[in-house]
Every structure is written in structure tokens, then in C-alpha cells.
Design a protein around this ligand. Structure first.
Ligand SMILES: N[C@@H](CCC(=O)N[C@@H](CS)C(=O)NCC(=O)O)C(=O)O
Length: 92
């Protein structure tokens, strides 16, 4: 029952990434192909974004998807895991 409630909770997303990163490109291409619209945070151009990623997620590796689920925040690394996660959430 708890798991079901969490699954149905509204989530908001931010993708921490930068332009020239090939793994970020993989995720951006997936988003473009599926029409999923997320906020991007550029960790090369935006020092605050870089700090937020390191402090929140624990490392500076990109891409990283920040998932806000109510008061809970999850930091999801690995381009293929991000894509799989979004596929499951958006049913694409
Ligand atoms: N296996 C990872 C590779 C990610 C990766 O190597 N990202 C590079 C940028 S292209 C990076 O952030 N390197 C810095 C670091 O890992 O701290 C994925 O598929 O997302």
C-alpha cells in the first residue's frame, strides 16, 4: 500500500547535465524523441548547479536526474538508468 502511494505521488524533475557530455546527449535525445519536458541545469555554466549536484547527490558526475517526490529527494545517476526510470514513469 505504501509503495502504491509513493508510485502515484507527483514528481518533479531536474536534469543536471552539460552540453558536450555524450551521456547527457543520450538522455537529451531520449527526452526530445519522447517529448518529455524537463528543467535542465548546466553544471559547467552554472556554479550553483554544480555545487547543488555535489552536495545533494554526492558526486559531480553527469547526467544526474534530481527527483523531487513530496519532501523526499532522489539523485539518479547513469544515463541508461535515467532513461529507464523516465520510461517507466511516463509510459513511453
Ligand atoms: N556511465 C555514466 C557515465 C557518465 C560520465 O562519465 N559522465 C562524465 C561526463 S561525460 C562525468 O561526469 N565525469 C566526471 C565524473 O564522473 O566525476 C552514464 O552513462 O551516465
Amino acid at each position: 500500500m505504501v509503495a502504491k502511494l509513493i508510485t502515484n505521488m507527483v514528481e518533479t524533475y531536474q536534469l543536471f547535465q552539460y552540453q558536450s557530455c555524450p551521456f547527457c546527449y543520450r538522455v537529451r535525445r531520449f527526452l526530445e524523441a519522447t517529448g518529455i519536458d524537463l528543467e535542465f541545469k548546466d553544471t559547467l555554466l552554472d556554479v550553483e548547479a554544480s555545487r547543488e549536484l555535489f552536495e545533494g547527490g554526492g558526486k559531480n558526475s553527469v547526467p544526474c536526474l534530481r527527483i523531487q517526490r513530496g519532501c523526499e529527494v532522489q539523485w539518479l545517476y547513469e544515463s541508461l538508468d535515467i532513461i529507464e526510470y523516465l520510461k517507466s514513469r511516463f509510459g513511453v
